[in-house]
Design a protein around this ligand. Structure first.
Ligand SMILES: Cc1cc2nc3c(=O)[nH]c(=O)nc-3n(C[C@H](O)[C@H](O)[C@H](O)COP(=O)(O)OP(=O)(O)OC[C@H]3O[C@@H](n4cnc5c(N)ncnc54)[C@H](O)[C@@H]3O)c2cc1C
Ligand SMILES: *[C@@H]1O[C@H](CO)[C@@H](O)[C@H](O)[C@H]1NC(C)=O
Ligand SMILES: *[C@@H]1O[C@H](CO)[C@@H](O)[C@H](O)[C@H]1NC(C)=O
Ligand SMILES: *[C@@H]1O[C@H](CO)[C@@H](O)[C@H](O)[C@H]1NC(C)=O
Ligand SMILES: *[C@@H]1O[C@H](CO)[C@@H](O)[C@H](O)[C@H]1NC(C)=O
Length: 484
């Protein structure tokens, strides 16, 4: 009985949890009219199906949908919406492209979901300064398409084609971070509508400098704030020169340990790899099936090198020597652009590939990050733990940063399996913390990792975060129930 009850509670926790309705499921007619007065009637919806669509991201977290969805057309409207919601005590939830993996857009207390996709302009490109200003509706792929002939590109690439402001909001990264950094390194300025409607430019209006010693770094405060401090209405990004030449390669290893040891050695040898991605044998098998690759089913590294032809030759030789030393197969090359893009598309689709292994199941993705020297032990332990817990899971990751993911498939109808998945994910995060790492390298805290954040930063850390939050959002209306 007790275990049944526990299982039922866990099911609730994962699929329907946290829903203490701040707005009791109803917005007054007058309030909806006031929303319409700000953005225009066609840009407000209270239809069940629309609210349902905006009530979840790509994670297993489920929650009540918001009470209304609005589509502002410009920053003035966002500002008026925030002021209106704030004056009426209605929660506000910013919505990017909904590709988040930690339940960040769930309307825990109901309220108004702000779908920002209509604001999709690239406002300003400064090629000589390597910077660009984009609105929240611009996705990473749309930006790179725009930059195609400029000789510049934006390298931060989560698997999904997420909005760049959403990426700033979650502190996202991806396969290129080992060389080009994460959103934390590539956001120069943010335009933010604060909960009460005031407009903040975190680095000062229009500024896009590379360095500064002027006061507190407010940009850094808002990167990774997951919609809990304000609505990001524009982000100024650092661009990078497009590489002169690019080569990608894959190689298979006799063990997980050998693949990860090679990664550590390649970095120690200061080979400037652009991408170094680990895929375990389960992930490779899934990608072979889903993306029609033809890789040996073994722990594998996908690598990419950027530079001049001459520099590439040197990098490749050094990297291959190291992997061979660890017993890897010879490099299998992907030289032309089409082959490369097939490879990286397969990597980005690894999540869907793993899900396809067990039709009808839901995916539970968790990510942790540790100092690189601790990566081999945590990866090996994670795989042992998965096996011992009888779970279907794959590991893959941006191992050059010490960051990896476990992708688990779970049967949503099986509360016992859900319980094991959650217990596994928590053990994994605690192991990362014990190794001086973090409970999330890139997906964020969202709903599910709030307890872990407290363990990570400690009592004074959490207290300081709460004080910052209370100062900016005294009523607790900006994306309530997340992070803290
Ligand atoms: C297949 C797949 C692969 C992925 N791979 C990676 C990966 O490699 N690396 C990685 O980092 N992530 C990855 N993700 C997760 C996801 O793509 C990122 O978290 C991304 O940054 C979310 O952006 P979004 O626009 O979809 O945000 P949403 O899901 O819409 O929102 C996420 C959070 O940000 C807030 N938010 C969104 N926009 C704004 C805004 N304009 N202002 C204020 N707050 C806002 C929301 O309120 C919410 O809390 C992956 C997801 C999928 C489905
Ligand atoms: C947000 O709005 C855009 C534009 O109308 C739409 O394409 C998108 O599907 C919406 N998001 C959701 C989750 O419905
Ligand atoms: C402030 O933080 C942002 C985001 O993390 C970072 O990109 C920027 O370089 C920092 N600015 C300064 C002046 O340190
Ligand atoms: C797949 O690889 C094997 C050897 O690794 C090779 O014999 C086979 O021809 C390849 N198949 C395709 C379709 O490329
Ligand atoms: C997984 O566990 C089973 C027993 O449950 C064991 O036989 C097998 O060797 C284990 N596999 C790995 C890779 O550890």
């Amino acid at each position: 009985m007790a275990s049944l009850l526990r299982a039922a509670t866990w099911g609730l926790f994962l699929w329907r949890g946290y829903c203490s309705r701040g707005t009791k499921g109803e917005l007054s007619k007058g309030f909806v009219e006031a929303l319409k007065a700000v953005v225009g009637s066609p840009h407000v919806s209270t239809a069940a199906v629309v609210r349902e669509h905006h009530g979840h991201d790509e994670s297993v977290h489920r929650c009540q949908p918001p009470d209304a969805v609005v589509w502002p057309q410009n920053v003035e409207q966002v500002s008026r919406l925030a002021a209106l919601c704030y004056s009426q005590g209605v929660p506000i939830i910013p919505f990017g492209t909904g590709t988040g993996l930690e339940g960040g857009v769930c309307a825990v207390q109901g309220g108004v979901c702000v779908n920002l996709t209509h604001m999709d302009r690239i406002l300003e490109l400064n090629p000589e300064d390597f910077s660009v200003v984009v609105e929240p509706g611009v996705t990473r792929k749309a930006l790179n398409t725009h930059l195609r002939d400029s000789g510049l590109w934006f390298p931060v690439d989560p698997g999904a084609d997420a909005s760049l402001c959403g990426m700033a909001a979650t502190g996202a990264s991806g396969t290129n971070a080992v060389r080009y950094g994460t959103m934390r390194d590539n956001v120069l300025n943010l335009e933010v509508v604060l909960p009460d409607g005031r407009l903040l430019h975190t680095a000062g209006p229009g500024r896009h400098f590379r360095k500064s010693a002027a006061g507190y770094n407010l940009t850094g405060l808002f990167v990774g704030s997951e919609g809990t401090l304000g609505l990001i209405t524009a982000t100024t990004l650092r661009l990078h020169p497009a590489p002169e030449a690019t080569v990608a390669a894959t190689c298979a290893f006799p063990s997980v340990q050998a693949a990860v040891d090679s990664t550590v050695h390649i970095l120690q040898a200061a080979v400037p790899v652009a991408r170094i991605e680990f895929l375990d044998e389960i992930t490779i098998d899934a990608c072979n099936r889903y993306s029609k690759l033809n890789c040996s089913v073994a722990p594998t590294l996908f690598l990419e090198f950027h530079g001049s032809e001459k520099a590439l030759e040197e990098q490749l030789q050094r990297a291959e020597e190291i992997t061979q030393h660890h017993g890897a197969s010879h490099f299998s090359w992907a030289k032309d652009a089409e082959e490369r893009s097939r490879l990286w598309q397969a990597r980005h689709n690894a999540w869907y590939a793993v899900l396809a292994l067990r039709p009808g199941c839901k995916g539970y993705s968790t990510d942790v990050c540790v100092p690189i020297s601790r990566l081999p032990e945590i990866l090996v332990q994670a795989k042992e733990d998965l096996n011992a817990s009888g779970l279907t899971g794959a590991t893959a990751g941006h191992v050059g940063d010490g960051n990896f993911h476990c992708m688990l498939s779970v049967d949503p109808e099986d509360p016992e399996e859900l319980r094991r998945v959650k217990a596994f994910a928590e053990r994994l995060s605690r192991r990362a913390l014990a190794l001086h790492g973090t409970c999330t390298g890139e997906h964020g805290i969202g709903l599910g990792k709030r307890q872990l954040l407290q363990e990570e930063v400690g009592a004074v850390g959490v207290q300081t975060m709460r004080q910052l939050k209370a100062m900016l959002d005294p009523q607790g209306l900006m994306n309530p129930g997340k992070v803290l």
